[in-house]
Each structure stands twice: as C-alpha cells, then as structure tokens.
Design a binder for this molecule. Sequence first.
Ligand code: T46
Length: 156
Amino acid sequence: MVLAVRLAGEMEKTTRFHQGEEMTASVENLSLQVHGDDRGSLIALENGHNLPFDVKRVYYIFGTKAGVPRGFHAHRKLKQLLIAVSGSVTVKTEHGGKIETHLLNRPDEGLLIEGLVWREMHDFSPDCVLTVLADEYYHESDYIRDYTVFKQEDAT
Ligand code: T46
C-alpha cells in the first residue's frame, strides 16, 4: 500500500561531493492519502510503509507572528517532510542555483526536502501549524546558517 504519492511535476536533484562523499539535494511535493468518511478525515504516516524515510524526530511550529519569517538555513544531510496541518505558509527553497516557492496549505500535502537545500518560511497564516518529520535527531552542527557558506558548498 502506497499512501505518499509523488505529485506529477519536475523534481530536480542536485548531486555534489563533500569530503569525498556523494550527496544529493532535492525538493519534492508529496500527496498523502486521506482516509475520510462522513465523520471527517484522517491521515496516517508510518515508517517503512508510506514515508520516504524512517522518522526519528517530529516537531511543530505554531504561534507564529505576522510578517515574521523563519528558517534561513540549510542542512547538509537531513531529510524532512513539512506539512501544514493547519493554515498556510510559503516555503522558499534553493539548491543547485534553483529557487522555488511552495505554498503549503493542505494537511494532505507534504514538502519533502532532502540534503543541502536552503529554506525560508514566509507568510505564516495566524492559524498555521507546520508539522515537520525528520530522519535525524536535532544536531546544531548539521545547520548552515550563513548563506555565503551555503552558496560555496552548493557550488562545489
Ligand atoms: C527547518 C525548519 C523547517 C530544538 O531544540 N530542537 C529541534 O528539533 C529544532 C528543530 C529546534 N530546536 C531549537 C533550536 C532553536 O533554539 O528550537 C529553536 C528554534 O529553532 P530554529 O530557529 O532552527 O527554527 P526554524 O523555524 O528557523 O527552523 C526549523 C528547523 O530548525 C529547521 O531544521 O528545516 O524549521
């Protein structure tokens, strides 16, 4: 049973070498299967079943302030699935010189971000709850918070 479906459209993968190791970066929209009936809707996400990676960490962002963006960093290896389970947010991504914006405004759609991708979150709606599933524990050492450093690594 496949519940997470890759939405049609272009998905560009950037491949690079960092300290001799091949590393890829990509951003992709996923559609999540909804179990719905006359009571409402339910989405189930399971390791090894309908998720593209095994989840080690879940966090959620809420109570955001109007006009206050977040993010402004990249990760070297992390895989994350972002889902606006309530409200909306615009996620700006960059990798391999390609800049995209993604409107997340449905609990049945996720944005899969893998590898060295710069990300910014803008225009949170007041009711936004952005849930993030990650394949690794929180390590500040995996963050690149300097855009100049990101551009150097992205160009390597
Ligand atoms: C990302 C976007 C989508 C923790 O202690 N544990 C955690 O797992 C996380 C994610 C954060 N924190 C602490 C670190 C900071 O003191 O929470 C504080 C806020 O984190 P940050 O400023 O990194 O939050 P955002 O919203 O800018 O970015 C977050 C994630 O950090 C990042 O991985 O991709 O959401």
